[in-house]
Design a protein around this ligand. Sequence first.
Ligand code: PEP
Length: 249
Amino acid sequence: MARTKLVAGNWKMHGDIAANQTLLNALKAGAAGSRAAMAVCVPFPYLAQARSALAGTPIAWGAQDVSRHAQGAYTGEVSATMLKDFECRYAIVGHSERRAYHGETDELVAAKADAAIKSGLIPIICVGETLAEREGNITAAVVTRQLDAVVSCIGAAGLAKSVVAYEPVWAIGTGKTASPEQAQEVHALIRARVAAVDAHVAAGLQILYGGSMKPSNARELMAQPDIDGGLIGGAALVAADFLAIGAAA
Ligand code: PEP
């Protein structure tokens, strides 16, 4: 099955209204040169700005997290329906920074993916091992555990409405990229694991790579058979780099 590529930016906690506007304007101007579908996941306060800048363009927008709860006394949380109010297409869930700094468990990440799907958002579900886990030769076990928690919560039907991102933690923001072979190996494992549940869903599942992807390595990474695009941190803040990654897809 031919899968379209997706290049999604994760702005993390960067930006201000003026800088965002400059970046969004440049992305808008260059979007036509992208071979991949493009999206930016911005901090919550800038969703309205992203929507007004990007509506009517080929670039989608989304958030970097979502609550597992539909509504209620959950101070500081943002629900999926609130994100839909801002016409978000995507919500990242389970980014390693949220797992590490906010104690997010596999089960919570799965519940967030479920909440996103139920409101019509596409969760970008992040999985990936730490350096110690890779060095301990438990990459496959860790990624499988993270993925299985999601599968048992949302099933194949939910995965059909999701994107998965393989993000080795040791490659995020470090400048160290997984080699195309290292990344492909894990992407193939993810697809095989999903195929064991539903081969059709596995064949159509977009699996992004994230971890220091930049214009100089994007083409080779995205040429791998199971790498369907990128989740981009640092390089998503530089319009020329982000657009070049889209063009390399
Ligand atoms: C990320 O935060 O999802 C990411 C991949 O970051 P970077 O591209 O900066 O490694």
